[in-house]
Ligand binder design. Structure first.
Ligand code: G6P
Length: 451
């Protein structure tokens, strides 16, 4: 009989370690949408095992000391090989390909150095496949996560044909002309690796269709991850968040707020968001002194220079908008580049408008979280490039992410929307956002493996 054991493989684990100067190990929750979704779902699966990579020296030290938490196995992968696989391939090549981020006149360049990094990516995927093969009971179900581990299904299938394997992609899937940029053999390895899975999950029909366009076959399924309303509201009403809300209120007063919360991530399109805000203040000067743009970005992938430069550009553009329009009484933009979840939740609660304008995004959970948490109802300005667009388009004000003027006009319409309409839309957005909470999302994938 097939085992009921469930294994999850993801680059990032549910927690990470920190190392104090006195050698004590501390733990903290891992970041990103994937981790929040999976952690909630796995909490309800006591037998589950989560295999992840040791991401830092502190994580490696935890592995060496054998202190890993129950239900978690961290793989201590050689740091240079890990850096090549994670920064060099997953985040610099696959992420850029799926989000259409390349600056084509200059990049990508597939040379000998790329080949070395690709070999590391293959080896890193191999390490996950071997660990899974070692840990899995006969017939167990394995859920492999994301573009970091695209080769795992194929490699694991070869080692353990008895296992039932699903792969879930949290990013978009590249449109064919963009995937065709990859070297032919690399693209084939990628698709073959994915096709080793029994089920290939995506957040939206659009991404699943892109995969089928490229691969020509595959058992794809759509599982649009949503949020758990009860859990999120409980998190958003902790005393710590109340304090942050009081602080933000003191800073902002009773002005209207346009809120955005992202990772410091190129695909989130923070720069065009700021340009749209600038255009709003220029084209509709009546908003000057009456609105504040709260832009939070928590640091991500700062090992890559292009991300550090982008973060710096965000700060500079925000400062330029403040210099252009600010007065002694009014600071138009408040930027916060720090990992402060409580502050983000406080910003959600006070949001009048949420700006979610990524150029391309697998799902974007912020678009789903804000309507659930906002207190007075909140208008969602949403990019057509976000996965969430498929479910939320009816009640959001939707924008082409490249069209700054259209985005500025949507911000204007959002700020001017009458309260009753705003409240009605928020209610329907919250209902759509909570249709498939993490536990149900996870269960749906497990059920798809049973059939
Ligand atoms: C996206 C990816 C996740 C990733 C997260 C945070 O949501 O799909 O796999 O974990 O970003 O990125 P990071 O590189 O910090 O893990």
């Amino acid at each position: 009989m097939a085992s009921s054991q469930v294994l999850v493989a993801a680059n990032r684990g549910p927690l990470s370690y920190s190392l104090d100067t006195d050698g004590t190990l501390g733990t903290r929750r891992g970041g990103g949408g994937l981790v929040s979704g999976l952690s909630a779902a796995l909490a309800e699966q006591p037998e589950a095992l989560w295999i992840c990579a040791a991401l830092s020296e502190a994580d490696r030290e935890a592995v060496r000391r054998g202190v890993a938490e129950p239900g978690v196995r961290m793989l201590d992968i050689d740091p240079t090989m890990y850096d090549d696989a994670y920064n060099g391939i997953a985040n610099s090549v696959l992420w850029f390909t799926h989000h259409h981020l390349y600056d084509i006149p200059r990049e990508p360049v597939f040379d000998a150095d790329f080949r070395r990094r690709w070999a590391s990516y293959v080896a890193y995927n191999r390490a996950f496949a071997e660990a899974l093969a070692e840990e899995a009971a006969p017939g167990a179900r394995v859920l492999v996560q994301d573009y970091h581990l695209a080769l795992v299904p194929g490699a694991l299938r070869a080692l353990r044909p008895d296992l039932r394997i699903a792969h879930f992609t949290h990013t978009p899937w590249a449109a064919k002309p963009f995937l065709d940029v990859l070297p032919d053999d690399v693209r084939e390895q990628l698709l073959d690796g994915m096709l080793g899975a029994d089920v290939l999950g995506f957040h939206t029909q659009a991404w699943a269709t892109s995969f089928l366009d490229a691969a020509g076959r595959g058992n794809v399924a759509v599982f649009p991850l949503g949020v758990d309303a009860q859990e999120l509201r409980a998190l958003a009403h902790r005393p710590e968040v109340d304090d942050k809300l009081a602080q933000l209120r003191a800073e902002v007063g009773d002005l209207k707020t346009i809120v955005r919360v992202d990772r410091t991530e190129l695909s989130k399109n923070v720069l065009r968001g700021l340009l749209a805000y600038r255009e709003l203040l220029t084209a509709h000067p009546e908003w000057r002194g009456r609105v504040v743009h709260l832009a939070s970005a928590y640091p991500s992938r700062q090992d890559l220079k292009v991300y550090r430069d982008y973060t710096q550009s965000v700060r500079e553009l925000a400062a330029a908008v403040n210099a252009e329009f600010g007065t002694e009484q009014w600071q138009p933009v408040l930027v916060s580049v720090q990992d402060d979840f409580a502050r983000s939740l406080a910003a959600y609660r006070m949001a009048d408008v949420a700006l979610v304008n990524p150029v391309r995004d697998g799902m974007n959970l912020v678009a789903k979280e804000v309507p659930v948490v906002s207190e007075a109802g909140c208008v969602l300005v949403l990019s057509t490039g976000a996965g969430a667009y498929e479910e939320l388009r009816g009640d959001a004000l939707t924008v082409n992410p490249y069209d700054v003027t259209q985005t500025a006009e949507a911000l204007h319409a959002a700020l001017a929307m009458p309260d009753p309409e705003r409240a009605e839309r928020t209610k329907r957005l919250a209902a759509a956002a909570t249709a498939l909470p993490p536990a149900a999302w996870f269960e749906a994938q497990l059920s798809a493996l049973n059939t």
